[in-house]
Design a protein around this ligand. Sequence first.
Ligand code: SER
Length: 584
Amino acid sequence: MKAIEIRNKYLKFFENHGHKIIKSAPLIPENDPSVLFTTAGMQPLVPYLLGQKHPEGQRLTDYQKCVRTVDIDEVGDNRHLTYFEMLGNWSLGDYFKEESIQMSFDFLTKELGIPVEKLSVTCFKGDEDAPRDEITAECWKKAGIKEENIYYFGKEDNWWIAGEEGPCGTDTEMFYDTGKPKCSKNCNPSCNCGKYVEIWNNVFMEYFKGKDGKYTKLQQKNVDTGLGLERMAMLLQGKETPYETELFKPVMDKIEELQKVDDINSRRIVAEHLRSSMMIISDGGRPSNIDRGYILRRLIRRMIRHMNKLQIDLEQISTLIDLNVESLKEMYPELVNNKEQIKNVILEEKDKFVKTLEHGEKEFQKEMNKTRELNQNIINGKVVFKLYDTYGFPPEVTEELARENGFEIDKEEFKKLFKEHQEKSRLGSEQKFKGGLASTGEIETKYHTATHLLNAALKKVLGNHVHQRGSNITADRMRFDFSHDSKMTEEEKKQVEDLVNKYIEMAIPVEKLEMSKDEAIAMGAEAMFLDKYGERVTVYKIGDISLELCGGPHVENTKDIGKFKIKKEESSSSGVRRIKAVIE
Ligand code: SER
């Protein structure tokens, strides 16, 4: 059975049982800054699990796009995915254990045709917070599960909460027996040997865990269930991994066809990270150096490194995206409209990374050899930091590179250096303020940073031919000259202005970096008079919006700038336009 058929059957089944079908929420949570991505179908429903009335009623069902990144480094094995789809059904203070279990049992055995002997279930064994869940076990027996296939486990297995606090409760998990032999006498569903595969989790949410770690009763009893679609498709199709299902097969085959070096793990990483990145970008995610943007950056950069390992021409990313849109569009029609954008974002990120990737890998090789000569196997944190700071290597990528060569990295030292570096750039700008740099007061400093943002925004709106040709700042206004042939339209001006204000609102930290001129060029830094600078240069980095050689000073964070307004756009000289702008 194809994944889409399983999804359709599921929604229909629950609709027939009085549930309203609701839409998948975006992967990027709308009103929840506490999480990076939607990680479960219940997440967008939290207010309703806590008692608010849902406009569609008390019985809901949906398919939810989810991204979980805790296991990102495990991707490449036969089961971990960062993106997956969760089918769910909810009772918001309506049915509870008995009905929920009966519906799950019927769906698995009647709709999907899974023989009852292949099913095992687990229940909560009880502790000081909640009693042993014999009611759940009784319901399973009544539905038709044999007593010997019912297991009891503790909180680590049979208690569910998203994160540290929130609605939670005991759960009952359903497992599919793949028919493999038991790995030991004690082999049971909590074992990871691959005999038992978890397919569905029904959470009986009747508690709330507070910040203080204490449990209180919720005002209503809820059910929250989640069934992993990729896994279910894999099992019903008799496959060993999700990569052999129709969701990944076309792209996996293409990667195999394009590769010059064979490596199954790398193929899986490329296929998985590509799908995940596409889904995140399609829902509005963009690569950056913080939070969810950083996860996306990691996914894309790791994918690129593994394409290199397979010796696949990176231009083929475009082909792989086309192919993925084709094989996924029935499930996610939004990918069709967003295809060009997805391509642009991934290819732009690729361009950024390849500029430094080769140099970075060489640097890594050199350092690895040094480490080896010293008869050590831990790569210095300074090296990890340099690879991050100068060559854009996410530390996780360096770690993976190290492991492939039998080395480890000094993570603690990296973290320390990273912190120190953040601290330094903060202190640096504070001291400058104190010194009151001759003619550079607070307001001029703001204009300086605004100039970098304007330069970046002009490039975005008008194109990459835009470069700074001159600038002049007073306490009252900024003037900025740049290469561009034609008069800007009202709309372009508005777009540029809005974009600068957006960057300001994004509250991006402004970092001061020092490096050699060559490194700055390799990183693609903007520079007006390259020859003017000495061998060591200062580069100001504003998230991934702007990277410019500059003496500063700059504000610490773009949010310190205020509101940006374009006053005038005019010709300066042939092929050069001039913008006058103010900060309010
Ligand atoms: N919230 C539970 C889970 O993620 C059930 O949907 O497993």
